[in-house]
Design a protein around this ligand. Structure first.
Ligand code: CP
Ligand code: NVA
Length: 304
């Protein structure tokens, strides 16, 4: 059984296979067709943190595919009442897949070790692979083929930025990342990325203008992620000058797109006139979460 704990778990060919399924399912969904590809399949949703997009897009997508989802929240005692090993071995007998959103990445890694059903990471402090897949799928839809394009990410090199970097590397899309000093990617992550994708075209800078200049798409995420609330005042100061505003956006390609995983904080990482302006594709990007996750579930479970 395969797991998707991070995008390192998927090869380029596997991501392309998921995108092909996604393309087909998205077209069918637009035409009003709901193919019952996963009848009788059950997916548990274990969430330690709040969620709109991940939770609802998985629940809706599973319904479209004829399967069932069980939203378990934390009331089943996940990561509290018994060992992750016991939890994983038991729940694997009941369900076909688990989507898990956890504070600590290690929780998902440990759970996956003991599960004989598929484990899909629905966000941890370290990565957000479903978001990364939706981001790359959205960019593929908007840009077509990637040669000649480059994405800029400005902000915190967080879970979303890690998944974006792996996705861009796997699909050979150059990425420029601008972070304040002390908020860049951790060295172990960069070492793994270089080792898994030696030809990754990743540029790192502390200058947002340098990253954004000439980019085909500009991406940002919140400065304070879930679980980091105690640092929010310090982060507000440290990220000053890293807001995507109209002036910064003007340095990108004239037809550049603005992306954000949402939820967003207008006036912090992005100015309202950018996220609500004509270059913003954040709503379509969020919509693609559902289509891509249907692709992932069909790829993981539809062949059994
Ligand atoms: N982008 C994203 O994962 O949103 P939620 O936190 O609402 O799931
Ligand atoms: N980096 C954000 C993403 C939310 C979808 C967080 O972890 O809170």
């Amino acid at each position: 059984m395969r797991h998707v704990v991070s995008l390192f778990d998927l090869s380029t060919a596997e991501i392309e296979a998921i995108f092909a399924i996604t393309h087909d399912l998205k077209a069918k969904h637009a035409a009003g067709l709901r193919e019952s590809i996963l009848p009788g399949r059950v997916v548990a949703l274990l969430f330690e943190k709040p969620s709109l997009r991940t939770r609802v897009s998985f629940e809706a997508g599973i319904s479209h595919l004829g399967g069932n989802s069980l939203f378990l929240g934390t009331e089943v005692g996940f990561n509290a009442r018994e060992s992750l090993a016991d939890f994983g071995r038991v729940i694997s007998q009941y369900v076909d897949a688990i989507v898990v959103r956890a504070y600590r990445h290690d929780t998902v890694v440990e759970l996956a070790k003991h599960c004989t059903c598929a484990v899909i990471n629905g966000l941890t402090d370290y990565t957000h692979p479903c978001q990364g897949l939706a981001d790359l799928y959205t960019l593929r839809e908007l840009l077509g083929k990637f040669p000649g394009h480059r994405v800029a990410y400005v902000g915190d090199a967080n879970n979303v930025a890690r998944s974006l970097a792996i996705g861009c590397a796997r699909l050979d899309l150059p990425l420029s990342v601008a972070t304040p000093k002390g908020y860049g990617y951790d060295e172990p992550f960069l070492a793994r990325l270089r080792s898994e994708v030696p030809n990754a075209k990743l540029t790192l800078t502390e200058d947002p203008a340098e990253a954004v200049r000439g980019a085909s798409a500009v991406y940002t995420d919140v400065w304070t992620s879930m679980g980091q609330e105690a640092e929010s005042q310090r982060r507000l100061k440290d990220f000053a000058g890293f807001q995507i505003d109209a002036k910064l956006m003007a340095l990108a390609s004239p037809d550049a797109y603005f992306l954000h995983c949402l939820p967003a904080h207008r006036g912090e990482e992005v100015a309202a006139d950018v996220i609500d302006g004509p270059q913003s594709v954040v709503v379509e990007q969020a919509g693609n979460r559902m289509h891509v996750q249907k692709g992932v579930l069909t790829w993981l479970l539809g062949r059994e």
